[in-house]
Design a protein. Structure first.
Lengths: 123, 173, 627
């Protein structure tokens, strides 16, 4: 009972968090370029880098935005050209579902173990 | 009993991880373009370097067997190194070489061509680097070998050397 | 050259003393008393002296710019200032390993000296396990990472002049971090020894606690220094990037934090022994995994050392031997004592369990995020990136329940609590934090419901820990200080995340740019010749909400090696940093100018120091009686 409440609360927060992400008033191009890896730098995003590559990508992003591309469409375009590696946020697909779900699974298992440990619940 | 299962599981899992990491160590660390990204060549429109006319890349594809799209710039030292190889290839009538001048000063680019020779049947200007991105490039020099069906056959990162020349000439057969 | 040779041979002597130890140990184990033989002490001391000598010789080689030593050649230069010559000794792969080896031996030496009241065989077995680690490090050093390789002909000048690496914070960040990582080796060795000796109990836990806190303390400060350096030096205005090397330092930290909590439970109530062992072993394994991931070149990051797959294979072997030994000892040799089976839901024990639960979740997110790409690439040949969006999405939602639980947890009684104890003060503070959060909601017009809840959570935690801090006694003082430091840290980070602003614009000299309430005037650019670089300093006048300030970011153009570094100008104020950085846009006369305001930066550092000092207090404050 308590356990289910906890799980529901957690998913509630997840959806709230997504809602938060949508409502945010961040400059869209900055948001996108922070999510794109600069492929010739070591661990910098395209937003932070001043290399030729990064600047070219930023121009492409702006152009696509002007053409009406959505954020996800821009990611798809860049992924088609450079591979999944260029986007910092991993997709949720058959390759990566484990990546997203394993931690959650661990959390749930941990919760079950604790509830077992406190079987005698006295308030 | 439960403990034994856990032990065996963790033991096996450890070995599994060990072999994964061992294999991972031997893999290349440099980003090598994925086989899957050898795709269709995407068309572009750009201005020509010498007369500022607009060019559509589709119009470039005529009866030639191989098309080389070479991304270069006057400020790029390796481009200077590979230039004589491009000159050599330009003598081959089955190969058409198109130059994409990347983020360059137009006057310096023209000087470069005038000084070192023009292996290109056309040179277009990629002032902001977007054509490079549409090809999937991330540095220069890069050379894309495309067939007449607009399929990218091979991509060369860095200056072309004699080995690459041989490969390209072999592709003609 | 001479010193390099002395250093080299000292290493061999040091290794010899590992092996000479075992017959002495064998003899001493047969003697049925309670005192560890003096010969063992002498032997370990000699080992310490020789390895210390070796380390000093390396430093001397650096100071003398002895380029016949390959490590010195690769990492130093005659024109380097003395301070950086010295710190260069440990700022490279080989030297840092030598430092790690030194710390390993130093810590076991200290351990033997302060554990005299503990069972003799337990001490000796801890020494044995530690020596296994030490021998592993010796072999690794001598076989693949010798700091004393000889170069002939002797080069006249060195290669190591990367200006980014010449920074005071970067000089002390590694040693402190290593103290944290290697500190957990004692915890590891001690745990395995305690299992074999059937000594896993509250007494053992009480004594081990100081080692856990020591390791945790240095790791906390080490991570903070790394973030400070990144913020002030890298010029991006951030202090945490979820870069793999950063993650690698955070994982043992989470494990140690969880361990700190569970070891208190073990020492007070004699339960959670198995779990404490898991955490103890895990902390060191995570540290070693980190070493592997960073130095083998398997990960792509800003921080990687010189990559060498051969070294990677060695560490991998060593690491997995350690894991298999630990697994074997834990599952086969461990005979757990009968423990109380269940806890009450409202109790301090359960609160600690819940803390550990969340810590392990955070740890698993970071671990999986860091390692998954490696697995995927090997199995499927797919290369993916796992960056900040992943970590934010999986971690931030769980912070809210964590904060609430962390506010209530410490107030629970041991064994059993009741709701009556949740007194009116806690409820009052909850209302206060809700008000605070709505004030913030008004400041940022477009924040969602979630941000509001997040702020309620963290400000509630902040107020509760603040109030607890003012309780006038010494009971749990170190815990109250650390919890307050932690809540303040998270509050500062969240406020920083919400209220940071940035303006990016390409500007020419003489131009100005206005955005909202901020105007940037690019007044001029000045050129200076310095010793080894050309300096380009931009003068900017910023008018931000009627506050006027001058900021002068700098570009440094180096000849050798040919790079350009960008030095941000940061005005540190009490509640807000003003941050300006400029970069050349190649080929044009434009400069790319980025102006940021970063609130609460100073408090992020201060609160981390408060967090860490809570641990320190543990060593200095005498507890009148335990609660």
């Amino acid at each position: 009972m308590n356990y289910f409440k906890k799980i529901i609360l957690i998913f509630f927060y997840f959806f709230l968090f997504e809602a938060y992400a949508q409502n945010s008033n961040i400059d869209l191009i900055n948001k996108i370029s922070k999510n794109i890896r600069c492929l010739i730098c070591q661990g910098q995003s395209v937003y932070d880098s001043q290399s030729d590559f990064a600047i070219s990508i930023k121009v492409v992003i702006q152009k696509k935005l002007d053409e009406g591309y959505s954020e996800n469409a821009i990611y798809d375009y860049l992924k088609k050209k450079y591979g999944q590696w260029i986007v910092y946020e991993p997709d949720f697909n058959k390759n990566t579902f484990l990546l997203w779900l394993l931690p959650i699974l661990i959390f749930v298992i941990g919760g079950i173990l604790i509830l077992k440990k406190s079987k005698i619940i006295k308030l | 009993m439960k403990n034994k299962i856990l032990f065996i599981f963790l033991f096996t899992f450890t070995f599994f991880c060990f072999f994964i990491f061992l294999k991972g160590l031997n893999n290349s660390k440099i980003y090598v373009p994925n086989e899957n990204s050898y795709k269709e060549f995407s068309s572009f429109k750009a201005k020509k370097l010498f007369n500022n006319e607009e060019l559509n890349s589709d119009s470039l594809f005529d009866g030639n067997k191989l098309y080389l799209f070479n991304i270069w710039a006057s400020w790029c030292a390796p481009c200077r190194d590979e230039h004589d190889k491009l000159m050599h290839l330009s003598n081959n009538s089955s190969i058409k070489i198109i130059g994409i001048n990347y983020r360059d000063n137009l006057i310096k680019a023209k000087k470069f061509i005038n000084k070192f020779g023009n292996p290109y049947s056309e040179i277009v200007i990629d002032k902001d680097g977007t054509i490079g991105v549409s090809l999937g490039a991330y540095g220069i020099p890069e050379t894309y070998v495309v067939d007449r069906n607009k399929k990218i056959l091979k991509k060369y990162l860095g200056a072309l050397d004699l080995e690459d020349l041989k490969e390209i000439e072999n592709l003609l057969k | 050259m001479l010193f390099s040779q002395i250093g080299y041979y000292s290493l061999f002597f040091g290794l010899f003393f590992s092996f000479s130890l075992f017959p002495i140990i064998y003899k001493d184990l047969k003697i049925n008393n309670n005192i560890v033989s003096k010969n063992i002490f002498i032997n370990v001391l000699l080992q310490l002296i020789f390895v210390f000598n070796s380390f000093v010789c390396l430093i001397i080689s650096f100071v003398k710019s002895d380029f016949s030593n390959e490590t010195v050649y690769n990492n130093s230069h005659t024109t380097k200032p003395l301070f950086y010559k010295i710190s260069g000794a440990w700022g490279n792969h080989e030297g840092s390993l030598l430092l790690c080896l030194l710390v390993l031996i130093l810590f076991i030496f200290i351990f033997l000296n302060i554990s005299k009241n503990q069972p003799k065989k337990y001490q000796i077995f801890t020494l044995i396990f530690q020596q296994i680690i030490i021998i592993g490090f010796f072999l690794f050093l001598l076989a693949t990472s010798n700091p004393f390789n000889y170069l002939f002909p002797n080069p006249k000048e060195g290669l190591g002049l990367n200006p980014i690496l010449q920074d005071p914070i970067l000089a002390i960040h590694p040693p402190i971090l290593y103290l944290g990582y290697i500190g957990s080796s004692i915890i590891f060795s001690s745990s395995l020894s305690a299992i074999i000796q059937n000594y896993v109990n509250d007494v053992w836990a009480k004594n081990l606690k100081k080692w856990v806190i020591t390791s945790w303390f240095f790791l906390t400060i080490g991570i903070m220094l790394g973030s400070i350096w990144a913020y002030y030096e890298l010029g991006w205005g951030g202090f945490w990037f979820w870069d793999p090397v950063e993650n690698i330092s955070l994982m043992p930290w989470l494990c140690l934090t969880a361990l700190m909590h569970s070891i208190v439970v073990l020492s007070k109530r004699s339960i959670l022994a198995s779990w404490t062992l898991v955490l103890s072993i895990g902390s060191f394994i995570l540290s070693m995994c980190g070493t592997f991931l960073v130095r083998s070149g398997i990960l792509n990051s800003v921080h990687t050392f010189a990559n060498d797959p051969e070294r990677g294979i060695f560490i991998l072997f060593f690491l997995f031997i350690l894991i298999l030994v630990a697994l074997f000892i834990f599952f086969v040799l461990y005979k757990p004592q009968k423990e109380e089976k269940n806890f009450f839901l409202l109790s301090k024990e359960t609160s600690v369990l819940i803390n550990n639960w969340f810590m392990m979740y955070f740890l698993s997110v970071i671990l999986i995020g860091t390692i998954y790409p490696i697995f995927l690439e090997v199995i499927n040949n797919e290369k993916i990136s796992v960056g900040p969006p992943f970590y934010n999405k999986l971690l931030i939602p769980f912070l809210v329940p964590f904060f609430i639980l962390m506010s209530i947890g410490p107030h629970m009684q041991w064994i059993k609590s009741s709701f009556k104890r949740i007194n009116k003060n806690l409820i009052f503070l909850f209302i206060l934090s809700t008000i605070f959060s709505f004030l913030i909601y008004n400041e940022i017009k477009s924040s969602g419901l979630f941000t509001t809840i997040l702020i309620i959570g963290v400000s509630y935690l902040f107020l509760v820990t603040l109030r607890d801090l003012f309780t006038k006694n010494n009971i749990n003082l170190s815990q109250r200080v650390s919890h307050f430091g932690f809540s303040f840290l998270i509050l500062s980070i969240i406020l920083n995340g919400i209220f940071s602003t940035e303006i990016t614009q390409n500007m020419k000299v003489g131009e100005n740019y206005k955005f909202n309430n901020t105007t940037i005037y690019f007044e001029k650019v000045s050129f200076f010749e310095k010793e080894n670089y050309k300096s380009v300093v931009g003068t900017f006048k910023i008018i931000d909400n009627n506050m006027k300030m001058y900021l002068k970011p700098e570009l440094r153009v180096f000849n050798q090696p040919e790079i350009i570094t960008s030095e941000a100008d940061i005005k540190v104020n009490f509640f807000k940093d003003n941050f300006l950085v400029m970069n050349i846009v190649k080929g044009d006369e434009f400069y790319n100018v980025r102006y940021q305001t970063k609130p609460m930066m100073l408090w992020i550092w201060i609160s981390t120091i408060i967090l860490a000092s809570g641990g320190l207090i543990n060593f200095f404050v005498k507890k009148k009686y335990e609660k």
